[in-house]
Design a binder for this molecule. Structure first.
Ligand code: NAD
Ligand code: DAU
Length: 352
Protein backbone atom coordinates (compact mmCIF):
# COMPACT_ATOMS: atom_id res chain seq x y z
CA UNK A 1 0.00 0.00 0.00
CA UNK A 2 0.87 3.65 -0.25
CA UNK A 3 -0.93 6.28 1.84
CA UNK A 4 -2.12 9.31 -0.10
CA UNK A 5 -3.54 12.31 1.74
CA UNK A 6 -5.87 14.79 0.05
CA UNK A 7 -6.63 12.27 -2.69
CA UNK A 8 -10.18 13.57 -3.23
CA UNK A 9 -8.86 16.98 -4.27
CA UNK A 10 -7.74 18.17 -7.67
CA UNK A 11 -4.14 16.95 -7.91
CA UNK A 12 -4.45 14.13 -5.36
CA UNK A 13 -7.52 12.81 -7.20
CA UNK A 14 -5.70 12.83 -10.53
CA UNK A 15 -2.73 11.13 -8.89
CA UNK A 16 -4.89 8.34 -7.41
CA UNK A 17 -6.67 7.74 -10.74
CA UNK A 18 -3.41 7.67 -12.71
CA UNK A 19 -1.64 5.45 -10.18
CA UNK A 20 -4.39 2.84 -10.12
CA UNK A 21 -4.56 2.72 -13.93
CA UNK A 22 -1.30 0.78 -13.74
CA UNK A 23 -2.08 -2.75 -12.53
CA UNK A 24 1.51 -3.25 -11.38
CA UNK A 25 1.19 -0.46 -8.80
CA UNK A 26 0.15 -1.33 -5.28
CA UNK A 27 -3.11 -0.16 -3.70
CA UNK A 28 -3.84 3.22 -2.14
CA UNK A 29 -5.24 4.22 1.22
CA UNK A 30 -6.69 7.65 0.54
CA UNK A 31 -7.12 9.87 3.63
CA UNK A 32 -9.14 13.01 2.92
CA UNK A 33 -11.13 15.37 5.13
CA UNK A 34 -13.55 16.19 2.29
CA UNK A 35 -13.46 19.93 2.77
CA UNK A 36 -15.28 22.03 0.15
CA UNK A 37 -12.38 21.11 -2.20
CA UNK A 38 -12.64 17.34 -1.74
CA UNK A 39 -15.01 15.54 -4.04
CA UNK A 40 -15.77 11.82 -4.07
CA UNK A 41 -17.31 12.13 -7.54
CA UNK A 42 -13.74 12.47 -8.83
CA UNK A 43 -13.10 8.94 -7.54
CA UNK A 44 -16.40 7.50 -8.76
CA UNK A 45 -14.70 5.16 -11.27
CA UNK A 46 -12.87 3.47 -8.34
CA UNK A 47 -15.94 2.62 -6.30
CA UNK A 48 -15.63 -1.11 -7.03
CA UNK A 49 -11.84 -1.20 -7.07
CA UNK A 50 -10.50 -3.09 -4.04
CA UNK A 51 -7.11 -1.41 -4.50
CA UNK A 52 -8.62 1.92 -3.40
CA UNK A 53 -9.51 2.37 0.27
CA UNK A 54 -11.05 5.74 1.01
CA UNK A 55 -10.89 7.05 4.59
CA UNK A 56 -12.76 10.20 5.56
CA UNK A 57 -10.54 11.98 8.10
CA UNK A 58 -8.06 14.67 9.00
CA UNK A 59 -4.25 14.50 8.68
CA UNK A 60 -4.23 16.31 12.03
CA UNK A 61 -5.98 13.41 13.76
CA UNK A 62 -3.12 11.64 15.53
CA UNK A 63 -5.13 8.59 16.59
CA UNK A 64 -6.57 8.02 13.13
CA UNK A 65 -3.27 8.48 11.28
CA UNK A 66 -1.41 6.16 13.67
CA UNK A 67 -4.15 3.55 13.29
CA UNK A 68 -4.06 3.73 9.48
CA UNK A 69 -0.29 3.33 9.40
CA UNK A 70 -0.39 0.36 11.74
CA UNK A 71 -3.21 -1.31 9.87
CA UNK A 72 -2.03 -0.79 6.27
CA UNK A 73 1.77 -0.68 6.69
CA UNK A 74 2.32 1.65 3.71
CA UNK A 75 5.73 1.74 2.04
CA UNK A 76 5.27 5.46 1.28
CA UNK A 77 3.17 8.50 2.12
CA UNK A 78 2.36 11.16 -0.48
CA UNK A 79 1.05 14.28 1.22
CA UNK A 80 -1.27 16.35 -0.97
CA UNK A 81 -3.68 17.35 1.80
CA UNK A 82 -3.77 21.11 2.20
CA UNK A 83 -5.84 24.22 2.10
CA UNK A 84 -4.74 25.37 -1.34
CA UNK A 85 -6.58 28.53 -2.38
CA UNK A 86 -4.69 31.82 -1.97
CA UNK A 87 -7.87 33.95 -1.98
CA UNK A 88 -9.42 31.86 0.80
CA UNK A 89 -6.19 32.18 2.81
CA UNK A 90 -6.59 35.96 2.67
CA UNK A 91 -10.15 35.81 4.03
CA UNK A 92 -9.48 33.12 6.65
CA UNK A 93 -5.89 32.02 7.31
CA UNK A 94 -6.65 29.86 10.38
CA UNK A 95 -7.50 26.68 8.42
CA UNK A 96 -4.24 27.09 6.49
CA UNK A 97 -2.20 27.12 9.69
CA UNK A 98 -4.18 24.23 11.07
CA UNK A 99 -3.98 21.86 8.07
CA UNK A 100 -0.84 22.95 6.22
CA UNK A 101 1.39 23.43 9.26
CA UNK A 102 -0.08 21.56 12.24
CA UNK A 103 -1.53 18.80 10.04
CA UNK A 104 1.79 18.22 8.28
CA UNK A 105 3.55 18.21 11.65
CA UNK A 106 1.17 15.54 12.92
CA UNK A 107 1.61 13.45 9.78
CA UNK A 108 5.39 13.68 10.10
CA UNK A 109 5.35 12.65 13.74
CA UNK A 110 2.99 9.71 13.22
CA UNK A 111 5.00 8.62 10.18
CA UNK A 112 8.30 8.92 12.05
CA UNK A 113 7.02 6.73 14.84
CA UNK A 114 5.75 4.16 12.35
CA UNK A 115 9.04 4.26 10.39
CA UNK A 116 11.06 3.82 13.59
CA UNK A 117 9.20 0.56 14.14
CA UNK A 118 10.00 -0.83 10.69
CA UNK A 119 13.00 -3.01 10.19
CA UNK A 120 15.63 -3.75 7.56
CA UNK A 121 14.59 -3.37 3.97
CA UNK A 122 11.18 -1.87 4.78
CA UNK A 123 12.72 0.90 6.82
CA UNK A 124 15.24 1.65 4.10
CA UNK A 125 12.60 1.71 1.36
CA UNK A 126 10.13 3.98 3.17
CA UNK A 127 9.47 7.47 1.70
CA UNK A 128 7.55 10.54 2.83
CA UNK A 129 6.81 12.65 -0.25
CA UNK A 130 5.67 16.20 0.52
CA UNK A 131 3.83 17.99 -2.28
CA UNK A 132 4.51 21.71 -2.24
CA UNK A 133 4.36 24.82 -4.36
CA UNK A 134 6.52 27.35 -6.20
CA UNK A 135 4.76 30.11 -4.21
CA UNK A 136 7.14 29.54 -1.29
CA UNK A 137 9.85 31.35 -3.29
CA UNK A 138 7.88 34.60 -3.49
CA UNK A 139 7.46 36.81 -6.53
CA UNK A 140 9.77 37.43 -9.52
CA UNK A 141 10.27 40.58 -11.56
CA UNK A 142 9.93 40.36 -15.35
CA UNK A 143 13.67 39.88 -15.82
CA UNK A 144 14.55 37.61 -12.86
CA UNK A 145 15.68 34.07 -13.70
CA UNK A 146 13.18 31.31 -12.92
CA UNK A 147 13.13 29.76 -9.42
CA UNK A 148 15.70 27.06 -8.78
CA UNK A 149 15.82 24.79 -5.71
CA UNK A 150 18.42 27.11 -4.16
CA UNK A 151 16.24 30.24 -4.21
CA UNK A 152 15.52 31.57 -0.74
CA UNK A 153 12.02 31.22 0.68
CA UNK A 154 10.07 34.50 0.55
CA UNK A 155 6.38 33.56 0.86
CA UNK A 156 3.93 36.46 0.55
CA UNK A 157 0.43 35.11 1.25
CA UNK A 158 -0.95 33.24 4.26
CA UNK A 159 -1.23 30.21 1.96
CA UNK A 160 2.37 30.30 0.76
CA UNK A 161 3.64 31.08 4.26
CA UNK A 162 1.85 28.01 5.60
CA UNK A 163 3.27 25.83 2.80
CA UNK A 164 6.75 27.25 3.42
CA UNK A 165 6.41 26.35 7.10
CA UNK A 166 5.42 22.81 6.20
CA UNK A 167 8.40 22.51 3.83
CA UNK A 168 10.70 23.61 6.66
CA UNK A 169 9.25 20.98 8.99
CA UNK A 170 9.80 18.29 6.37
CA UNK A 171 13.38 19.45 5.83
CA UNK A 172 14.07 19.48 9.57
CA UNK A 173 12.71 15.95 10.05
CA UNK A 174 15.28 14.76 7.52
CA UNK A 175 18.21 16.62 9.03
CA UNK A 176 17.37 15.90 12.64
CA UNK A 177 15.89 12.42 12.56
CA UNK A 178 17.18 11.06 9.22
CA UNK A 179 13.52 10.65 8.35
CA UNK A 180 13.38 9.74 4.62
CA UNK A 181 11.69 12.67 2.87
CA UNK A 182 11.52 14.15 -0.62
CA UNK A 183 9.77 17.43 -1.48
CA UNK A 184 8.47 18.68 -4.81
CA UNK A 185 7.71 22.38 -5.44
CA UNK A 186 5.40 22.70 -8.41
CA UNK A 187 4.00 25.56 -10.45
CA UNK A 188 0.30 26.19 -11.27
CA UNK A 189 -1.59 23.07 -12.30
CA UNK A 190 -4.64 22.84 -14.55
CA UNK A 191 -6.68 19.96 -15.96
CA UNK A 192 -9.66 17.72 -15.18
CA UNK A 193 -11.41 17.78 -11.77
CA UNK A 194 -10.10 21.26 -10.91
CA UNK A 195 -12.38 22.91 -8.36
CA UNK A 196 -14.06 25.81 -10.18
CA UNK A 197 -12.94 28.61 -7.91
CA UNK A 198 -9.41 28.61 -9.39
CA UNK A 199 -8.77 30.75 -12.49
CA UNK A 200 -8.92 28.23 -15.35
CA UNK A 201 -12.04 26.22 -14.42
CA UNK A 202 -13.76 29.39 -13.17
CA UNK A 203 -13.27 31.08 -16.53
CA UNK A 204 -14.46 28.04 -18.52
CA UNK A 205 -17.65 27.72 -16.49
CA UNK A 206 -18.39 31.44 -16.21
CA UNK A 207 -17.94 31.77 -19.96
CA UNK A 208 -20.41 28.97 -20.67
CA UNK A 209 -22.89 30.42 -18.15
CA UNK A 210 -22.76 33.90 -19.68
CA UNK A 211 -21.12 35.37 -16.58
CA UNK A 212 -18.24 37.90 -16.35
CA UNK A 213 -14.69 36.53 -16.58
CA UNK A 214 -12.99 38.31 -13.66
CA UNK A 215 -9.40 39.45 -14.20
CA UNK A 216 -7.64 40.71 -11.09
CA UNK A 217 -5.79 44.03 -11.51
CA UNK A 218 -4.21 44.50 -14.93
CA UNK A 219 -4.15 40.77 -15.80
CA UNK A 220 -0.42 40.90 -16.52
CA UNK A 221 0.53 38.60 -13.62
CA UNK A 222 2.46 35.60 -14.87
CA UNK A 223 1.99 31.98 -13.83
CA UNK A 224 3.88 28.92 -15.14
CA UNK A 225 1.24 26.36 -16.10
CA UNK A 226 1.62 22.58 -15.88
CA UNK A 227 -0.95 19.98 -16.94
CA UNK A 228 -1.96 17.99 -13.87
CA UNK A 229 -1.12 14.62 -15.45
CA UNK A 230 2.45 15.84 -15.89
CA UNK A 231 2.63 16.86 -12.24
CA UNK A 232 1.46 13.35 -11.29
CA UNK A 233 4.09 11.71 -13.50
CA UNK A 234 6.78 13.91 -11.92
CA UNK A 235 5.67 12.85 -8.44
CA UNK A 236 5.85 9.19 -9.45
CA UNK A 237 9.41 9.73 -10.73
CA UNK A 238 10.57 11.57 -7.63
CA UNK A 239 8.92 9.03 -5.34
CA UNK A 240 10.68 6.20 -7.18
CA UNK A 241 14.08 7.76 -7.80
CA UNK A 242 14.41 11.04 -5.88
CA UNK A 243 17.33 11.49 -3.53
CA UNK A 244 16.43 11.60 0.15
CA UNK A 245 16.32 15.06 1.69
CA UNK A 246 16.28 16.73 -1.74
CA UNK A 247 13.75 19.13 -3.18
CA UNK A 248 12.77 19.12 -6.86
CA UNK A 249 11.13 21.98 -8.75
CA UNK A 250 8.42 20.80 -11.13
CA UNK A 251 7.13 23.01 -13.92
CA UNK A 252 5.91 23.09 -17.48
CA UNK A 253 8.10 25.81 -19.01
CA UNK A 254 4.85 27.59 -19.82
CA UNK A 255 4.90 31.14 -18.51
CA UNK A 256 1.71 32.99 -19.43
CA UNK A 257 0.09 36.26 -18.39
CA UNK A 258 -3.37 35.71 -16.87
CA UNK A 259 -5.09 37.77 -19.54
CA UNK A 260 -3.53 35.61 -22.26
CA UNK A 261 -4.65 32.41 -20.54
CA UNK A 262 -8.21 33.73 -20.36
CA UNK A 263 -8.21 34.86 -23.99
CA UNK A 264 -6.89 31.44 -25.07
CA UNK A 265 -9.75 29.72 -23.23
CA UNK A 266 -12.25 32.08 -24.88
CA UNK A 267 -10.84 31.32 -28.33
CA UNK A 268 -11.04 27.55 -27.77
CA UNK A 269 -14.62 27.87 -26.53
CA UNK A 270 -15.50 30.07 -29.53
CA UNK A 271 -14.47 27.10 -31.66
CA UNK A 272 -15.82 24.18 -29.59
CA UNK A 273 -19.03 25.72 -28.25
CA UNK A 274 -19.74 29.08 -29.90
CA UNK A 275 -22.00 31.61 -28.17
CA UNK A 276 -25.55 31.61 -29.51
CA UNK A 277 -25.23 35.27 -30.54
CA UNK A 278 -22.11 34.47 -32.59
CA UNK A 279 -19.94 36.88 -30.59
CA UNK A 280 -16.70 35.94 -28.80
CA UNK A 281 -16.51 34.91 -25.13
CA UNK A 282 -13.71 37.50 -24.94
CA UNK A 283 -16.48 40.12 -24.57
CA UNK A 284 -17.25 38.67 -21.12
CA UNK A 285 -13.78 39.62 -19.76
CA UNK A 286 -14.15 42.05 -16.84
CA UNK A 287 -11.32 43.69 -14.93
CA UNK A 288 -11.91 43.61 -11.16
CA UNK A 289 -10.12 44.72 -7.99
CA UNK A 290 -6.69 43.12 -7.56
CA UNK A 291 -5.88 40.39 -5.03
CA UNK A 292 -4.15 41.93 -1.95
CA UNK A 293 -0.40 41.25 -2.07
CA UNK A 294 -0.80 39.63 -5.50
CA UNK A 295 2.49 38.00 -6.58
CA UNK A 296 3.51 39.31 -9.99
CA UNK A 297 5.35 36.41 -11.56
CA UNK A 298 6.19 32.78 -10.87
CA UNK A 299 8.48 30.73 -13.10
CA UNK A 300 9.99 27.32 -12.43
CA UNK A 301 13.38 26.16 -13.60
CA UNK A 302 12.71 22.42 -13.82
CA UNK A 303 16.15 21.44 -15.10
CA UNK A 304 17.20 19.55 -11.94
CA UNK A 305 14.39 16.99 -12.18
CA UNK A 306 15.10 16.61 -15.90
CA UNK A 307 18.87 16.26 -15.45
CA UNK A 308 18.80 13.92 -12.46
CA UNK A 309 15.61 11.92 -12.98
CA UNK A 310 14.92 12.32 -16.69
CA UNK A 311 11.44 13.84 -16.20
CA UNK A 312 9.90 16.26 -18.69
CA UNK A 313 6.28 17.30 -19.18
CA UNK A 314 4.40 15.54 -21.97
CA UNK A 315 1.87 18.32 -22.62
CA UNK A 316 2.45 21.79 -24.02
CA UNK A 317 0.10 24.52 -22.82
CA UNK A 318 -1.74 24.40 -26.16
CA UNK A 319 -2.45 20.66 -25.97
CA UNK A 320 -3.20 20.66 -22.24
CA UNK A 321 -5.58 23.62 -22.22
CA UNK A 322 -7.56 22.24 -25.16
CA UNK A 323 -7.93 18.87 -23.39
CA UNK A 324 -9.01 20.70 -20.25
CA UNK A 325 -11.68 22.82 -21.93
CA UNK A 326 -12.97 19.71 -23.70
CA UNK A 327 -13.08 17.82 -20.38
CA UNK A 328 -15.31 20.49 -18.80
CA UNK A 329 -17.61 20.40 -21.83
CA UNK A 330 -17.80 16.61 -21.59
CA UNK A 331 -18.39 16.40 -17.83
CA UNK A 332 -21.37 18.59 -16.90
CA UNK A 333 -22.48 16.09 -14.23
CA UNK A 334 -19.22 16.43 -12.28
CA UNK A 335 -19.49 20.20 -12.54
CA UNK A 336 -23.13 20.19 -11.44
CA UNK A 337 -22.29 18.03 -8.42
CA UNK A 338 -19.59 20.42 -7.33
CA UNK A 339 -21.40 23.69 -7.81
CA UNK A 340 -24.99 22.87 -6.97
CA UNK A 341 -24.67 21.95 -3.33
CA UNK A 342 -26.22 18.54 -4.02
CA UNK A 343 -22.81 17.02 -3.46
CA UNK A 344 -22.72 18.49 0.07
CA UNK A 345 -26.17 17.03 0.74
CA UNK A 346 -24.99 13.66 -0.42
CA UNK A 347 -21.99 13.79 1.90
CA UNK A 348 -24.23 14.62 4.83
CA UNK A 349 -26.40 11.64 4.03
CA UNK A 350 -23.49 9.26 3.46
CA UNK A 351 -21.17 10.24 6.31
CA UNK A 352 -23.29 11.72 9.06
P1 NAD B 1 -7.27 20.97 -3.47
O1 NAD B 1 -7.68 22.13 -2.60
O2 NAD B 1 -7.98 20.74 -4.74
O3 NAD B 1 -7.39 19.61 -2.63
C1 NAD B 1 -6.96 19.48 -1.31
C2 NAD B 1 -7.52 18.19 -0.75
O4 NAD B 1 -7.05 18.06 0.59
C3 NAD B 1 -9.07 18.18 -0.69
O5 NAD B 1 -9.55 16.94 -1.14
C4 NAD B 1 -9.35 18.37 0.79
O6 NAD B 1 -10.57 17.76 1.19
C5 NAD B 1 -8.15 17.72 1.43
N1 NAD B 1 -7.86 18.21 2.78
C6 NAD B 1 -7.85 19.51 3.21
N2 NAD B 1 -7.55 19.57 4.51
C7 NAD B 1 -7.35 18.29 4.92
C8 NAD B 1 -7.00 17.70 6.16
N3 NAD B 1 -6.81 18.45 7.25
N4 NAD B 1 -6.87 16.36 6.23
C9 NAD B 1 -7.08 15.59 5.12
N5 NAD B 1 -7.43 16.09 3.94
C10 NAD B 1 -7.55 17.43 3.84
O7 NAD B 1 -5.71 21.15 -3.67
P2 NAD B 1 -4.82 20.76 -4.93
O8 NAD B 1 -4.86 21.88 -5.88
O9 NAD B 1 -5.18 19.40 -5.37
O10 NAD B 1 -3.37 20.77 -4.26
C11 NAD B 1 -2.83 19.58 -3.68
C12 NAD B 1 -1.47 19.88 -3.11
O11 NAD B 1 -0.61 20.36 -4.14
C13 NAD B 1 -1.47 20.97 -2.04
O12 NAD B 1 -0.56 20.62 -1.05
C14 NAD B 1 -1.03 22.22 -2.77
O13 NAD B 1 -0.38 23.10 -1.90
C15 NAD B 1 -0.08 21.64 -3.78
N6 NAD B 1 0.07 22.38 -5.04
C16 NAD B 1 -1.03 22.76 -5.76
C17 NAD B 1 -0.86 23.40 -6.99
C18 NAD B 1 -2.03 23.82 -7.83
O14 NAD B 1 -1.84 24.51 -8.84
N7 NAD B 1 -3.27 23.44 -7.50
C19 NAD B 1 0.43 23.66 -7.45
C20 NAD B 1 1.54 23.27 -6.68
C21 NAD B 1 1.34 22.61 -5.49
O1 DAU C 1 1.75 28.42 -8.11
C1 DAU C 1 1.16 27.29 -7.56
C2 DAU C 1 -0.14 27.65 -6.91
O2 DAU C 1 -1.09 27.87 -7.95
C3 DAU C 1 -0.64 26.59 -5.94
O3 DAU C 1 0.27 26.45 -4.91
C4 DAU C 1 -2.03 26.97 -5.40
O4 DAU C 1 -2.52 25.94 -4.57
C5 DAU C 1 -2.96 27.17 -6.57
O5 DAU C 1 -4.23 27.58 -6.10
C6 DAU C 1 -2.40 28.21 -7.53
O6 DAU C 1 -2.40 29.52 -6.92
P1 DAU C 1 -2.79 30.83 -7.74
O7 DAU C 1 -3.19 31.89 -6.80
O8 DAU C 1 -1.74 31.15 -8.74
O9 DAU C 1 -4.07 30.24 -8.55
P2 DAU C 1 -5.48 30.88 -8.95
O10 DAU C 1 -6.11 29.99 -9.93
O11 DAU C 1 -6.28 31.28 -7.75
O12 DAU C 1 -5.05 32.23 -9.71
C7 DAU C 1 -4.22 32.17 -10.86
C8 DAU C 1 -3.95 33.61 -11.28
O13 DAU C 1 -5.18 34.18 -11.76
C9 DAU C 1 -3.50 34.49 -10.12
O14 DAU C 1 -2.57 35.44 -10.63
C10 DAU C 1 -4.78 35.21 -9.71
C11 DAU C 1 -5.56 35.32 -11.00
N1 DAU C 1 -7.03 35.30 -10.90
C12 DAU C 1 -7.59 34.30 -10.17
C13 DAU C 1 -8.95 34.22 -10.04
C14 DAU C 1 -9.62 33.11 -9.25
C15 DAU C 1 -7.79 36.25 -11.55
O15 DAU C 1 -7.27 37.14 -12.23
N2 DAU C 1 -9.15 36.16 -11.43
C16 DAU C 1 -9.77 35.21 -10.69
O16 DAU C 1 -11.04 35.22 -10.60
Amino acid sequence: MILVTGGAGFIGGNFVLDWLKDPSNEGIVNLDKLTYAGNLATLESLKDDPRHIFVHGDIGDEVLVAKLLKEHQPRAIVNFAAESHVDRSIHGPADFVSTNIVGTFNLLECAREYWNGLDGAEKKAFRFHHVSTDEVYGSLSATDPAFTETNSYEPNSPYSASKAASDHLVRAWFHTYDFPVVTTNCSNNYGPYHFPEKLIPLVILNALNGKPLPIYGDGQQIRDWLYVGDHCSAIREVLAKGKLGETYNIGGWNEKANIDVVKTICTILDELQPRLDGRSYIEQITYVKDRPGHDRRYAIDASKVERELGWRPAETFDTGIRKTVQWYLDNPDWVEGVVSGSYRDWLQKQYS
